[in-house]
Design a protein around this ligand. Structure first.
Ligand SMILES: Cc1cc2nc3c(=O)[nH]c(=O)nc-3n(C[C@H](O)[C@H](O)[C@H](O)COP(=O)(O)O)c2cc1C
Length: 384
């Protein structure tokens, strides 16, 4: 948070690229860590707070399309502290001051002007530490508008969007991009080189799959180190320092050693692991039955949209998606009980019914203590 008038003024000043790239201690640290990946629907406030509790170093919000955040009204809940961006009473995005130093807002865009406007909206009150451009989503809702993975085949537009985002963001807010591999190493090297030469990004995430690969196909981790080395070379040549984050098939902290060895990456981003169980960031993966009560407590405290709570808790508690097997292995419940709870959960129409379906205590209280714990953890880890 800005503490002096000078800092407050600086936030509003648009300065040149050299200033943007100067080390700013308020910038998030992308160099070493385990990060919660952007996930549509899954990456809402309760998921992010749980990921932080269990050891995620940075958390990405779900992709929000530029036009969705444009025209929203920012509202602060004086009781819970939650910040909501609302349009026609519908929550488009929400966040909390506790996560602010670790929160990256991901935008979906195919328009430099709209991307810039989205960045201005989410950074106007210093609610996020960084903004990220989604250049990797292959789902039709993203690519149809020319966004997501379609940007990979229009690098000039991709780079123009990043330039507009950098100009729109205050100097202490990082700009990053998340891409997929292109079919060949040569094409991928050319793409990352063009991105690095824009002098706009603070870090680059590489999802080690190509646009046409399905999530169940093994990530092409062996292609990572050459691309990361190329980023490092071009960055050095242009006087920059750009960490490259590796994403794909890291399901828990237990996979980290193997993936680091295979890729040379110091930072890893996880998606399906924490989708099934956010405690995957920690040394000890808890049973999903230990996570579910906390998810519900946050959901009730923040009045999380019910459909989102139900969706996330269904993914979290009793399914294993894409091999996020740790959650299942440590589940203490017999299979028949799991099936019964899943069935009851699918019928639930209120937060209270979710509690009954999953045999959780009701009222679901305790979110304030959870929040205080996250705050203490972040404060202890943040250099003075
Ligand atoms: C439910 C879900 C939603 C996702 N939504 C996004 C998104 O909003 N933006 C994005 O860049 N990638 C999104 N992805 C892709 C992930 O961020 C990640 O790149 C991919 O799942 C590979 O990581 P993993 O092997 O750890 O799952 C999503 C993935 C999942 C499973």
């Amino acid at each position: 948070m800005p503490s002096t008038d000078t800092e407050r003024d600086l936030k509003r000043v648009r300065v040149d690229t050299a200033f943007f790239l100067a080390a700013d201690p308020r910038m998030p640290d992308f160099r070493h860590g385990l990060f919660l990946a952007p996930m549509v629907r899954i990456g809402t406030l309760p998921s992010r707070l749980l990921a932080l509790e269990y050891g995620a170093d940075l958390v990405w919000g779900p992709e929000i399309v530029d036009r969705a955040i444009m025209g929203t009204e920012r509202q602060v809940n004086r009781t819970t502290g939650e910040i909501e961006f609302l349009k026609e009473n519908k929550q488009i995005f929400s966040c909390h001051p506790v996560e602010r130093p670790r929160l990256i807002f991901q935008v979906g865009s195919s328009s430099p002007e709209n991307a810039a406007e989205a960045v201005r909206i989410v950074t106007a009150h210093d609610d996020v530490a960084g903004v990220d451009l989604n250049c990797g989503c292959p789902k039709p809702f993203s690519t149809l508008g020319g966004m997501g993975a379609n940007l990979l085949s229009d690098p000039d537009l991709l780079c123009e969007i990043l330039t507009h985002m950098r100009r729109a963001a205050p100097p202490h807010v990082s700009v990053t991009a998340k891409i997929r591999l292109l079919p060949t190493q040569e094409a991928t090297r050319a793409l990352v080189e063009q991105i690095v030469r824009t002098r706009t990004i603070r870090a680059l995430t590489i999802h080690c799959r190509t646009k046409n690969m399905r999530p169940r196909e093994p990530a092409l981790l062996d292609r990572f180190s050459e691309i990361a080395a190329h980023v490092a070379m071009v960055a050095k040549e242009t006087g920059q320092d750009i960490p490259v984050v590796c994403n794909g098939d890291c399901f828990s902290a237990r996979d980290v050693g193997m993936i680091r060895e295979r890729t040379g990456a110091t930072s890893l981003m996880l998606a399906r692991g924490p989708e099934a169980n956010p405690s995957c960031f920690g040394r000890r993966v808890c049973a999903a039955t230990e996570i579910a009560p906390k998810w519900l407590q946050y959901a009730v405290y923040f009045d999380n949209p019910f459909g989102n709570t139900k969706y996330c808790m269904t993914q979290l508690a009793f399914t294993t998606t894409g091999g996020a097997g740790d959650a299942e292995k440590v589940s203490p419940l017999p299979k028949r009980e799991l099936v019964a709870r899943r069935a009851a959960l699918s019928q639930a129409k209120t937060h209270e019914e979710i509690a009954h379906a999953l045999r959780l205590s009701w009222p679901a209280e305790g979110a304030e203590q959870l929040l205080a714990h996250v705050q203490t953890t972040i404060q202890q880890q943040t250099p003075a």
